[in-house]
Write a protein that binds this ligand. Structure first.
Ligand code: NAD
Length: 462
């Protein structure tokens, strides 16, 4: 590891990642490799959790393809310097900031989208001119091996290398000095990563978990809310960081919402969801047992079946869930939707303000003004009105958490910025010098300041 990091640092400091044309070439090569090896990548992820070829292309590879194209199109624009006003005391001069790559970056991925969550930050890092060590999740081990084989046999390790391993190997890596760390994973491990990074004062971006609440208001378009909620909750088997975690439904519309969700589960996954190719399985028996344990039989209003051999859990809805129930104590991260009933929206909103900060807050409402107000007032990484999940794939906007759900953001330009340091450069010519700058300072100096600058004396310095 030490040797690899040293070779990446030497490569970076040699300036070889600086040329935009070289970065574009690297990204084009990555695009081509992914495209040519889609089937191999899909076969590996199928072994991990039965994700179909369709879903692999749709939600694991299409975002990286889009990010590569976006970075290639915009890299020159994003790399330009920006001009700022120069204050009077520095006059004449020009003030600019210029984005420069940090250096050697470490990207740590999660298992729930083993390709997409690893590749999107990698693309931003390479676009910004860094070298990258990628550490995918060992839990999706087949996908991790496939990625390592593909990358390590096609890229020079001093530019881009995939280092496989679990917690132990990650801790070894984290002992070394990196210039930027980008972590996607749980809040628990996010704390470990940030602590390790602080030893070297390495800047971090943390994309962490989210127990994302959904509020269904009585004035919403209920049929559409149920349809979108059903799709979003069970998409990727309920294992997206932006999954709607639990649903607060107004008591007046509770029964109708349950009826509609049940209809939609059948419409999307058929009478026997186990046969649907659109429903991946739980990643391993630990996660299977965890999610299965949330299913309290007397609260099941839809689904509720499972198959331990197949690591299958049927899309399930639980009614009458209380804040103290086990399912409400951590991120569900599986195909179980808890419904909690409320009667007073304002009381609910006040209570949500004191929960750990979610990644996204979802509201289904007919009153957009009030929905916007709630999103502004309740702490969360982001918010979405009348739909779920899809804000993640709008790569034109920054995406990131707050508090327990993370810090910093990425996607598109924000990803480039996450992997760049904005260096300020003040450029002063040598033909003019302000004599007032130099001691000895006499009362006359102050009088000159006052007479020349009057009340704006503060602006002179600031
Ligand atoms: P995790 O935190 O268990 O693992 C993430 C990475 O950290 C893996 O590469 C793993 O090898 C490593 N790791 C695990 N334990 C470690 C330890 N003790 N020391 C050092 N490294 C360690 O997360 P996960 O289970 O792979 O992913 C699921 C979590 O990620 C969920 O909470 C989900 O919400 C979150 N997530 C967040 C986003 C986002 O964009 N905010 C996206 C996807 C997933």
């Amino acid at each position: 590891m030490k040797e690899l990091i040293k070779s990446q640092r030497t490569y970076f400091l040699s300036g070889k990642t600086r040329a935009i044309s070289g970065r574009i070439e690297t990204l084009r090569k990555l695009h081509e490799l992914l495209l040519q090896n889609e089937q191999i990548l899909a076969d590996a992820i199928y072994k991990d959790f039965k994700k179909s070829f369709y879903l692999t292309v749709e939600n694991e590879l299409s975002l990286p393809y889009g990010e590569i194209n976006r970075a290639i199109r915009n890299m020159r624009k994003w790399s330009r310097s920006s001009q700022f006003r120069t204050n009077l005391v520095n006059f004449p001069a020009s003030s600019r900031t210029i984005p420069v790559p940090y250096g050697v970056s470490l990207v740590i991925g999660a298992w729930n989208y083993p390709y997409m969550l690893s590749l999107v930050p990698v693309i931003s890092s390479l676009a910004a001119g860094n070298t990258v060590i990628l550490k995918p999740s060992e839990i999706s081990s087949n996908s991790s091996h496939a990625l390592a084989r593909l990358i390590n046999s096609n890229f020079p390790p001093e530019l881009f290398f995939v280092q496989e391993g679990g917690p132990e190997e990650t801790m070894e890596l984290l002992k070394e000095k990196f210039d930027k760390i980008f972590f996607t994973g749980s809040t628990r491990v996010g704390r470990i990563v940030m602590k390790a990074a602080s030893e070297h004062l390495t800047p971090v971006t943390l994309e962490l978990g989210g127990k994302n609440p959904v509020i269904v208001m009585p004035d919403c378009n209920l049929k559409m809310a149920a349809k979108r909620l059903t799709w979003g909750k069970f998409h990727n088997n309920g294992t997206s960081c932006v999954s709607p975690d639990h649903v607060y439904v107004h008591e007046d519309i509770r029964e109708e919402l349950i009826r509609e969700i049940k209809k939609n589960i059948t419409a999307i996954y058929g009478k026997d969801p186990k046969l649907s190719p659109m429903l991946p399985r739980m990643i391993n028996s630990i996660h299977f047992e965890r999610v299965k344990s949330y299913i309290e039989t007397d609260k099941v209003v839809a689904g509720g079946q499972w198959d331990r051999e197949d690591l299958y859990i049927e899309p399930t809805v639980l009614d009458g869930v209380e804040p103290g129930d086990p399912i409400m104590q951590s991120e569900v991260f599986g195909p179980v939707m808890p419904l909690l009933t409320y009667s007073d929206p304002e009381q609910l909103i006040e209570s949500l303000k004191f929960n750990p900060t979610p990644l996204v807050l979802y509201i289904f409402s007919g009153n957009i003004r009030s929905a916007k107000r709630i999103i502004r007032e309740v702490p969360s990484g982001g918010g979405m009105i009348n739909d779920v999940v899809l804000l993640f794939i709008n790569m034109n906007t920054p995406f990131g958490g707050l508090g327990e759900s993370g810090m910093g953001s990425y996607h598109g330009k924000a990803g480039f910025e996450a992997f760049s340091h904005y260096k300020t450069i003040l450029n002063k010519p040598s033909w003019f010098e302000l004599f007032l700058k130099y001691p000895p300072y006499r009362p006359i100096n102050l009088r000159i300041f006052r007479s020349v600058l009057g009340k704006s004396i503060r602006n002179f310095w600031h």
